[in-house]
Design a protein around this ligand. Structure first.
Ligand code: SF4
Length: 329
């Protein structure tokens, strides 16, 4: 039995790709890549794990780290609509999958990609670039569009029968939905999607690049959480919107950061980045107070922690209008 590494998102297309391969007696290892936002935050991946269990395939979850930042900082093939470097991201993931294929003694790689489905990485030219740059050549099989593409090693060696794959092209999911229904397949809904494709992240990212061009992984991860404020050219503040975000921000705090929180009541966590003036710190305290249950009080106290030292500041919560003005939109 031949073994293959399938890039597995748990979504409709990769579940169908797995099913098409299993039907042809291929042992499938699902390799799931996660953008570098999820480490140590308690995400369970339950739907993904359930999906792999139902298909009876092995699942490996790999979270991207610092090396992914290089792609975002300088994508060779540019960004999509927002800050999504899709072509570079696909190439990067396929190269990682190739390494894993060799380690696992697998014979080829597969993906659930469909020709012409996504504007950037899955038009035919995009698929060609990805194939060439990843160095995979004929090792890469795309079962959902296989009959529209050149035969791959798996097909040429008769490890699989090309005629049993599909010839799907374009953005409509009609054929995939019919296939899933017919074979009673379960898959994750695409809700949420890739955070780098969200337009809300763009101003936060542009601000990060402008003020901290050599940003680190924790700086980058913070883009996924909280409200972001630019208080001055030297200081940015991120405030958690709920308990879960407070917990994430606490975990992402680095040595150079300022932690700002309510002194006497439970409230939001603020992480300050940069080299603030006293005026910046005062404004940060007044913003934290604005998002606490003391928001209607004239006076309250806020704690600022830096390098293990705590200082209590008197604070007057800012108005909602000022908060909105400072917020990156
Ligand atoms: S949508 Fe996000 S995860 Fe998917 S290829 Fe593009 S950048 Fe990578």
């Amino acid at each position: 039995m031949k073994r293959c590494i399938l890039l597995f998102s748990g979504g409709l297309d990769s579940v169908i790709a797995a099913h098409l391969l299993i039907k042809q007696n291929i042992e499938v290892i699902g390799l799931h890549f996660v953008l570098p936002f999820n480490a140590n935050i308690g995400k369970t991946f339950k739907p993904l794990i359930d999906s792999a269990k139902l298909l009876d395939i092995q699942l490996v979850i790999h979270e991207e780290k610092e090396d992914f930042l290089e792609i975002v900082k300088k994508p060779k093939f540019g960004f999509g609509k927002n800050i999504n470097p899709c072509i570079d991201c696909r190439i990067f993931r396929l190269k990682q999958a190739h390494k894993y294929m060799l380690e696992q003694n697998a014979s080829f790689i597969a993906t659930g990609e469909v020709v012409g489905q996504r504007p950037m990485s899955q038009h035919k030219r995009g698929l060609g670039i990805i194939l060439q740059e990843s160095g995979l050549s004929e090792l890469l099989l795309r079962p959902l569009s296989a009959k529209l593409l050149e035969p791959t090693i798996a097909e040429k060696n008769n490890w699989v029968n090309r005629e049993d794959f599909l010839a799907i092209e374009g953005r409509t999911r009609k054929i995939q939905l019919e296939y899933a229904k017919k074979h009673n397949l379960q898959y994750e809904s695409p809700a949420g999607g890739c955070i780098l494709t969200a337009k809300e992240i763009v101003p936060k990212y542009q601000d990060l690049v402008k003020h901290i061009p050599e940003y680190t992984l924790p700086d980058f991860k913070c883009l996924a959480y909280g409200r972001h404020f630019r208080l001055s050219p030297a200081f940015r503040l991120i405030i958690g919107r709920d308990q879960a975000e407070n917990n994430y921000l606490e975990k992402l705090e680095i040595k150079s950061d300022y932690r700002i929180e309510m002194a006497n009541i439970t409230g939001p966590i603020g992480i300050g980045k940069g080299t603030p003036t006293a005026q910046d710190i005062q404004l940060a305290c007044d913003l934290i107070a604005r998002y606490s249950s003391d928001r209607k009080k004239l006076k309250t106290n806020v704690k600022v922690i830096k390098d293990g030292l705590e200082k209590i500041w008197d604070s007057t919560p800012v108005s909602p209008q000022i908060a909105e003005k400072l917020r990156m939109q």
